[in-house]
Design a protein around this ligand. Structure first.
Ligand code: BGP
Length: 476
């Protein structure tokens, strides 16, 4: 297989709340991740009313990167990373989210981290909001249902853009902003937008309103960032799981198209600066009289992103049901079915390397922007045997996905900036809160019960990925 372009950003990805720990260190406030408990393959994480005694909150200590960052960054350099994707915990900078002045100790932590990364020539790639808004903004303002959030977010963005204007070049505004529309469940509404449904509320309407405010805030951040440093590259970040039609029945094809529209419309707003026609019509048909002003629409136009960051883990299969509504928007257990041609992970995620090539082509064709795969990987239970972790299943997953990524670049002509596998150092799962759902090439001795030495160990995938980076993707 041929190589990737020079300067290709090989890296690894994490998010502040899933690995930093130090949940109250140096003035940090409580984030939405700090009030979520541990679930597993069957039970959901609970969202508690503030931090309650006697609960297991895995994000509080996570893997204590806050206390280990120097040794950890040294290990990242040894792995050979060219870039490192993480997020800035909003609550370290504005503990409650609505203060006038930022918390200097929080700003200093990221100065230290970015200096440490640059010491080894590792480029930081920073998400502004990755499932970790201040919890106070939920209790006080109802999360993103409030327009006031635009000011809180842009203030946070302005402070960090200015502070790190010479230390960070690559930014993303909201992590997987589209989960809420694609899933419309309790978890995605809370992690994306800090939304807790009120009795009798049409939560779908609220989700669209919150999403609108977020895209406006993102577009403003893009404009502010470019003024602070014209060299900034500011991207959007979407999750994509292609929705294939179960059979060639044209109704299933229509269903597949609609499922993609329902989860990917944010790309139209953030990359083209306008709402797609089907969605404007949908608001009209549903009688959703949303607070979308003409000034907002100008902001969206003027604040389109520089690149598309996206996560890809799995694909899906959909089918129309016999009583499918005319708009093909029914979503239930009967419309989402397993793929008979693929195997699933232990969490039921369909393993589909070709789906990554499909996703790359899908974004490239529609938006003609540089792409960045900022999450991809296999969650699995690892076994430590005689101090070693033989994770050949993870190597095989990554190898097959990288092969498809290279085909997309070298055969399909996709403009790809980089690849940062998710959770390359073990961390807390966002969906389940588990530690034992592991993605890493670096093992961390900590388990679901919250116990362990926190010792870091190299898995077999560590040496493998090092070689991949060293050969720029030629030796897989
Ligand atoms: C994405 C998130 C990440 C990450 C990943 C894996 O949704 O952006 O934060 O956690 O998925 O998901 P999980 O942790 O649920 O296995």
């Amino acid at each position: 297989m041929s190589k990737l372009p020079d300067g290709f950003l090989w890296g690894g990805a994490v998010a502040a709340h899933q690995f930093e720990g130090g949940w109250q260190a140096d003035g940090k406030g409580i984030s939405i991740a700090d009030v979520m408990t541990v679930g597993d393959n069957k039970t959901e994480r609970q969202i508690t009313d503030g931090v309650q005694p006697g609960q297991n909150y895995p994000n509080h200590d996570a893997i204590d990167f806050y206390g280990h960052y120097k040794a950890d960054v040294k290990l990242f350099a040894e792995l050979g990373l060219k870039c490192f994707r993480t997020s800035i915990a909003w609550t370290r900078i504005f503990p409650n989210g609505d203060e006038d002045e930022p918390n200097e100790a929080g700003l200093q932590f990221y100065d230290n981290l970015f200096d440490e990364l640059h010491k080894y020539g590792i480029e930081p790639v920073i998400t502004l909001s990755h499932f970790e808004m201040p919890y106070h903004l939920v209790t006080e303002y109802g999360g993103w249902r409030s327009r006031k959030m635009i000011d809180f977010f842009t203030k946070f963005a302005t402070v960090v853009f200015k502070r790190y204007r010479n230390k960070v070049k690559y930014w993303m505004t909201f992590n997987e902003i589209n989960n809420q529309s694609g899933m419309l469940n309790k978890w995605s509404l809370f992690t994306n937008s800090g939304l807790l449904a009120k009795p009798g509320e049409d939560i779908e309407r609220t989700m669209y309103q919150a999403s609108h405010y977020e895209t406006v805030a993102s577009a403003l951040a893009v404009q502010i960032g470019h003024k602070i440093n014209p060299d900034f590259q500011i991207g959007a970040m979407f999750s994509i799981g292609p929705a294939y039609p179960l059979t060639p029945d044209p109704r299933n094809m229509m269903k597949s198209e609609r499922a993609m529209q329902a989860s990917q419309w944010y790309a139209d707003v953030q990359c083209k600066g306008k709402y797609p026609a089907w969605l404007t019509k949908y608001f009209e048909r549903k009688g959703y009289d949303l607070d979308i002003t003409l000034a907002d629409l100008d902001v969206l136009k003027a604040g389109t992103v520089d690149y598309i960051g996206f996560s890809y883990y799995a694909s899906h299969v959909v089918q129309a049901v016999p009583d499918e509504a005319e708009d093909y928007m029914t979503r239930d257990a009967k419309t989402d079915v397993p793929n008979p041609t693929l195997k699933a992970s232990e969490w039921g995620w369909m393993i589909d390397p070709v789906g990554l090539r499909y996703a790359l082509n899908w974004f490239s064709d529609r938006y003609d922007l540089p792409l960045f795969i900022v999450e991809n990987g296999l969650g699995a239970f690892d076994k430590v045997e005689g101090g070693q972790i033989h994770d050949d299943y993870r190597i095989s997953y990554l190898r097959e996905h990288i092969k498809q990524m290279e085909l997309a670049v070298n055969v399909d002509g996709v403009n790809l900036m980089g690849y940062t596998p998710w959770g390359f150092i073990d961390l807390v799962s966002a969906g389940t809160g588990q530690m034992d759902k592991r993605y890493g090439m670096i093992y961390v001795d900590k388990n679901d019960a919250g116990t362990g030495t926190m010792k870091r160990m190299k898995k077999d995938s560590f040496a493998w990925y090092h070689k991949v980076i060293e050969t720029n993707g030629a030796d897989l």
